[in-house]
Ligand binder design. Sequence first.
Ligand SMILES: [Zn+2]
Length: 317
Amino acid sequence: MLAFYADSFVLPLPTGHRFPMAKYGRLRERLKTDCPGVRLGQAEAATDGELALVHTPTYIAAIAQGGLSAAAQREIGFPWSPGMAERARRSVGATLQATRAAMAGEGIAANLAGGTHHAYADKGSGFCVFNDIAVSARLMQAEHARHHRMAGGPLRVAIVDLDVHQGNGTARIFASDDTVFTLSMHGARNFPFRKEPSDLDVELPDGCTDAAYLEALEVALDELSHRFEPDLVLYLAGADPHEGDRLGRLKLSFDGLEARDRRVMDWAWQRRLPLAFCMAGGYGTDLETTVQVQVNTYRVALEYHRRWAAAAVQRGN
Ligand SMILES: [Zn+2]
């Protein structure tokens, strides 16, 4: 299974900054030892043209040239630097490459970072600069349209956002786009405090445990199935619903999160829908807790990748 990383492009942060940047490198190390079936590739940078499928030219230029106001940088939560701009482009590139690989017959592929769902068309927020998921959805739709000349209609994309925070940027970007279905399951009382309406929002109470969470997921996937027929699934496998997370406010166990990942991947597999996933948030009090949740996601994904590979062999390609 292919997975793309951008952690070699360093986003310089002041000492004591609360964002756990080290988790990305740790995940890559752990995958090398624990998941040898994952083939790691370095992300290419997304181009201006790709970013412009979602973001405004003014915002793209401000990130490229360091023209962000102090307030805009505070809202993102990272100080601007050339390294920050490069890192943001690579993170989008990693999701683009994963999505393209999944669509091209791999069936399932990943970004070791990404899931920057708080980014809007014209601004960043909550540690998110560009919206990688939104750019990937739009680029795949454009490539699909070019290959198929719109025969059969536009590519339909379901975004399943299970990060503990609401996917507000993504919801707004696709608010009036009925070719993209946005599903967000998140803590009702968590950031962002002004939420945007997704196609389907599921709000969870503080302290939500495995059984209640998995039941809510089942109901949500069922509703998604009834309302929308996707050709592609983009999955934000946030680690922040875990009980050891310092921002999440929910109480999911390792087993609960693994069952969650399996349910989403199985839902896509049953329909033979290509799926690309990214890591989104994770702020474990102990960083290793976050990384363990993520490694478990890859272990489950490898099982589904094997199924896609076996099905390809059977078809004789
Ligand atoms: Zn989050």
